[in-house]
Write a protein that binds this ligand. Sequence first.
Ligand code: SIN
Length: 483
Amino acid sequence: MYDYIIIGSGIAGLNAARLIPKDKKVLVLCKKSPWDCNTFWAQGGIATAVDDADIPSHIQDTLTAGVNYNDKKAVELLSSKSLKAVKNLIDSGLKFDLNEKGELAFTKEAAHSRSRILHADGDATGRMIHIFLLEQFNHEIITNAVVNDLLIQDGICYGVQFFTSETEQKVVYAHNTIIASGGIGSIYRYHTNSTAIAGEIQGIISEKGLKLKDMEMMQFHPTVVKGTHFARKPLLSEALRGEGAHIVDENDYRFLKDYHEDAELAPRDVVSRSIFDYHKKTGLGVFLSFEMFEKKYFKKRFPNIYANLKDLGYDLPTQRVPISPAFHYAMGGIETTLDAKVKGVKNLYAVGEVACTGVHGANRLASNSLLEGLVFSQIAVKDSLENIFEISKEDYTKNIKSYVRNKKIDKAIKDDLRKIMWKAASIVRDPKELDETLIKIDEYLKQDLGRLLFLRLLTAKSIIQSAMNRKESMGAHFINVKA
Ligand code: SIN
């Protein structure tokens, strides 16, 4: 029996673990290694209000990017708590990059009205935060623990069932369970996520009849490197555009100006859609150009992008790089209250990308995701400490099922799912394709599948159904009206 089980080892899970008092018994379950999470790959930075006076403007930028579909109270919480949450990280020893004066170096990203993004090791902010949180970690952790069920009965969560290998399953009980398992990247053909992220827990929530919210709101990052081999695409951080990089066609024409007055600094959904549309209309290749950067500065400010792209054969900032959008972030997820609780369950929390607090609305403002993980994990821990809830495992009377993790037919279906989701539910959605995809997913769900694919399909189904239900375009959900 644990006081807390935390599912996931990104910023939300590890920060929750950091804030839980040391005398509590805490278990963190991670699907692969602790590094297999989206936090590890986050480049640009963590947004924060710069000072009290900046809070209204950070709130406004978040609402504007989110097309005012955001839950305003959640946005106010996020921004007003950002100053203390980030200060607490710094006071605990996390080192963000400093400017020549030795002050915090704030940078700018698209749709921010001022520079308010902190970064670490140039363009490895997520990795530096992740390493820092792992260094602070002193609870129990199990790696390769693949969660396959939550033990929920009568609005109470008793614990978690997980695979420890292809065939072995274990059950652990806890007074509180915190879901921090991230988004849904592997459901799409092209994405920027850790390959461990595939939306299974969202599938469990859907199976239990609990609510997923805003699942049609899926964000596509405008600038990933095109033409690499794997589904996970190398990201070219938004901070590059924030500091001056241009998106051009093969004739060096900055076509984004024809789509939005803020061009490269327009909200992410607008930039992704414009690239998609321009390429479709003209057939021309699209590139990110860095020629305005001085080489020495570029290498210092973006050392990891410089090195990664060198490995791929590009000499930055001299050479431009072919780009396209790819799936990046799920605004939708498990519906939570403002104190980070899963709606309808007393002692179950969801924090970070897996949750839908409503903070991001229809389009997340750049670099608000690490901040959300930080702030809402803190809110979850505070709530659980203030409202102590204890379970007795004997009260869980449902059968503990035995699942089959993977079946032979899964691989082909998984691959097809990625393709049909990319086609039907990515940057531009076509109602007919959504209908056809739903039929296909329902057919797949009737087959004798492994547990993990079954859950992934339930999550995909919820994305398709939400997209079908929203008849008008809004933010990241864009319908092709001609279809
Ligand atoms: C990036 O560096 O462009 C990613 C930042 C984010 O997704 O907020």
